[in-house]
Write a protein that binds this ligand. Structure first.
Ligand code: GLU
Length: 309
């Protein structure tokens, strides 16, 4: 059973783009009679907020998306993530990296010119640091991230929405300088441990997926299949964000639009309902065809973000 999931980071309230992705992920899983799990990606203690976890569940329920138990919180999986980091360290394929963000961005610009390089590919500056260089940097108080070597590998996969995709593996971070497990590591371990067979998420994560396939191989996991869905943009083509207006269910409610009406809007954007047609989540299940999803981003008409008309 290719169980599915929705994995929000509680750093802000879900916006309509997140809800649209959640709706698609729910449709993928439920239309096949599979389980649909919610995982809270609260790895980052600084940006994660309890209030955004509460509203995420309330918002999903309000638009009619149910989910199965258990709900996993990544912050409670530190030991498991550390164990996975240790496994990679034991392969001898990891190294500490002392580069600052600014150094990496400068190098990444050059590295990204290579064909199929992921966005912000790491140039490998600290790969071959000798013991003395490492000791010097540590003595200077620099705290390293931990990277795994990409070994010049590249991965191809058939994305269910984006189509055939290929990407090179850079030496990427598996543990941050503050000790927090990196997103790519945690997501691979958690999807595996939760038995997720089908990952449906925003296509901003398409370019990092080869790294996740690489980690799955290193851990000996069967990788899930992937469907990366186009994001929601504002009328001028920018990724939807708070400053664009009524982007959350609460904002939409203030404009007088109910959660059911927002579900209708999202459904219409997917070609599953006529504009303003009232439609239940169950009715959407009957209409859903995973092969007929729009492949282009949805540009939200400005009036939906600013008025109820
Ligand atoms: N937590 C990520 C986000 O909110 C999604 C990660 C994933 O689906 O793999 O963007």
């Amino acid at each position: 059973m290719p169980d599915g999931r929705f994995a929000p980071s509680p750093s802000a309230r879900l916006h309509l783009g997140n809800l649209r992705t959640a709706l698609i992920a729910w449709l993928f899983a439920r239309s096949e009679g599979d389980r649909f799990l919610v995982r809270i990606e609260d790895l980052d203690p600084v940006s994660s907020r309890e209030e955004h976890i509460d509203t995420a569940f309330a918002d999903l329920a309000a638009i009619g998306l149910d989910h199965d138990a258990p709900v996993l919180r990544q912050s409670e999986r530190r030991e498991r993530h550390e164990e996975a980091v240790s496994m990679l360290v034991a392969t001898g394929e990891t190294y500490p990296c002392f580069c600052t963000r600014r150094e990496i961005l400068a190098d990444a610009e050059a590295a990204a010119r290579a064909p199929h390089a992921p966005a912000f590919a790491y140039a490998g500056t600290c790969r071959d640091l000798g013991a003395r260089d490492r000791a010097e940097r540590e003595a200077a108080g620099r705290r390293p991230t931990l990277r795994v070597r990409g070994q010049g590998r590249s991965f191809r996969f058939d994305d269910l929405v984006a189509g055939p995709t290929e990407g090179m593996i850079d030496d990427f971070v598996i543990r941050r300088a503050d000790g927090v497990p990196a997103y790519n590591l945690a997501v691979v371990v958690d999807d595996h441990d939760q038995g997720i067979g089908e990952v449906v998420r925003g296509d901003d994560l398409l370019s990092t997926t080869p790294r996740q396939l690489f980690l799955a191989e290193l851990f000996g996991f069967d990788p899930p299949s992937y469907a990366h869905v186009p994001l929601v943009l504002d009328a001028s083509g920018e990724r939807l964000a708070k400053r664009h207006g009524a982007v959350t269910l609460a904002d939409q409610a203030e404009l007088g639009r109910s959660a059911a009406q927002v579900r209708g809007l999202l459904a219409a954007s997917l070609g599953l309902a006529a504009p303003d047609e009232p439609v239940s989540a169950d009715e959407l299940l009957d209409r859903f065809d995973r092969r007929a999803l729009p492949r282009l981003p949805w540009s939200m008409p400005i009036e939906l973000l600013t008025s109820s008309a």
